[in-house]
Design a protein around this ligand. Structure first.
Ligand code: IPM
Ligand code: MN
Length: 358
């Protein structure tokens, strides 16, 4: 029997909808080629919906999303809405409500894409960051006193639970084993200063490591990781880290792989519903101009397919993306693709249809 997947589509704000359109074109082409069906339902949440209705993320939408097989998200962020409202109210709320405790962010330089790192090639830049996605500084713990006065106190606490840290580290070890590339897992922390939080991370990492004798382990402080990601990115295979450090180092990662137009990510609940998104923002000033690179969204579709277990389709999408970057697009890193957003989608669709990479 043909498999059928219920996919929720959240186009979101700004250029989100136009890159999502391209992602969906590719997803549909992959479904036709690899013989599975899609049942897509679109949810219009985001800045415009908030401005017109005052609604951010209604409870019934969360309920519906929790019954899907996967979620495909464009971008959240609107110039007329105060920063933080939509990010916290939609993106972070969904990550938390659906317990998507992993944020998986591959950093991979494809042939044909310029990296700002002199002398580094696709062989040197190919690693994955496993970012904890449900705790840390993102937990929203803290508060303030005497706001707006000279005596103001602001506290923002990092919450790290044994359970949360362990499930993330375990996922990273498993992922590293399955990836089967360098078989090396690096813990990124700050044990010299954040002596409570990263002591828990380090102890847990070392304990879990005993169950994975085939995986080489390594530790580096987050500041040093930033340095090495620039100087020696080839040292990394899989990096595991907390929510905040993961947020920061993956933007650095996106830059060395050719920019936000390429970088994709998955918010993963291995036991539940996962959500895939290009990691860049909604770029409101470019809305409708068809100049945004849809590859980050299309690579998110690849991650979505991998998570659904549609590996052949996922491989085909990646091969199509690779070929497009190598043979068709011009200077992607400089924001000059030589094609419109939708033309890039068409090129990739054609490669998927023709079975490139099979
Ligand atoms: C990301 C984004 C979000 C984050 C923002 C928009 C809340 O930067 O997905 O990396 O900090 O996690
Ligand atoms: Mn970020």
């Amino acid at each position: 029997m043909t498999k059928k997947y219920d996919i929720a589509v959240l186009p979101g704000d700004g250029t989100g909808p136009e890159v999502v359109d391209e992602g969906l074109k590719v997803l549909e082409a992959a479904a036709a080629k690899y013989d599975f069906e899609l049942n897509l339902s679109t949810f219009n949440i985001g800045g415009d919906h908030y401005i017109s209705t005052g609604e951010i993320l209604p409870e019934n939408i969360v309920d519906e999303l929790s019954k899907k097989d996967a979620i495909f998200l464009g971008a959240i962020g609107h110039p007329d809405v105060k920063p933080g409202i939509l990010e916290k109210g939609i993106l972070l709320s969904l990550r938390f409500a659906l317990d998507q405790y992993i944020n998986l962010r591959p950093v991979k330089l494809y042939e044909g894409v310029a990296t700002p790192l002199k002398d580094k090639t696709p062989e040197d830049i190919d690693f994955v960051v496993v970012r904890e996605n449900s705790e840390g500084l993102y937990a929203g713990a803290g508060g303030c006193l005497k706001k707006g006065t000279p005596d103001e106190v602001a506290i923002q606490e990092s919450i790290n639970t044994r359970k949360g840290v362990e499930r993330c580290i375990r996922y990273a070890f498993e992922y590293c084993r399955k990836r089967n590339k360098g078989k090396k897992l690096t813990l990124c922390g700050k044990t010299n200063v954040l002596t409570f939080a990263f002591n828990l991370w380090e102890r847990t990492f070392n304990e879990v490591a005993k169950e994975y004798p085939d995986i080489e382990t390594d530790y580096a402080h987050v500041d040093a990781i930033c340095m090495w990601m620039v100087k020696n990115p080839e040292w990394f295979d899989v990096i595991v880290t907390d929510n905040m450090f993961g947020d920061i180092i993956t933007d650095l990662g996106a830059m060395i792989q050719g920019g936000m137009g390429i970088a994709a990510g998955g918010n993963i609940n291995p036991e539940g519903v996962s959500m895939f998104e290009p990691i860049g923002g909604s770029a409101p000033k470019y809305t409708g101009l068809q100049i945004i690179n849809p590859i980050a969204a299309i690579s998110s579709v690849q991650l979505l397919l991998e998570t659904l277990g549609e590996s052949a389709a996922a491989v085909s999408v990646e091969s199509a993306v690779k070929k497009t970057l190598r043979d068709d697009l011009k200077d992607v890193a400089a924001g000059k693709m030589g094609y419109t957003t939708s033309e890039v989608g068409d090129i990739i669709v054609n490669y998927v249809k023709s079975g490139v990479g099979e």
